[in-house]
Design a protein around this ligand. Sequence first.
Ligand code: SF4
Ligand code: SF4
Length: 100
Amino acid sequence: MAISPIAIRLPRPPVPWTPLVIAEERCKGCELCVAACPKAILALSRDLVNVLGYHPIHLTDAPACTSCALCARVCPDAVFTVWAAPRDNSREASFEERAR
Ligand code: SF4
Ligand code: SF4
């Protein structure tokens, strides 16, 4: 019996890049993430209501986010997908040039 290869689709970072992808429709507005964020850059959108009837969370200052993922760890509803900052290829290139 032939063994068929398993295709694994790796997740791709958002374009344009952002540190957090927020599934607003799953947010229940409990604010656990607000309390957990060391940068204090998460807040409820008081002017929005999601399909569950809650004010969803949003990121107030994306450049300040360190992708520490504490918000994702405490969220009971897996609302956050956290992305590390893109690698600086120019720095890698200069490192390779220095190594020559
Ligand atoms: S990843 Fe860290 S810094 Fe960014 S919003 Fe979440 S808890 Fe705050
Ligand atoms: S912890 Fe999750 S469910 Fe609670 S407010 Fe934050 S994102 Fe919404």
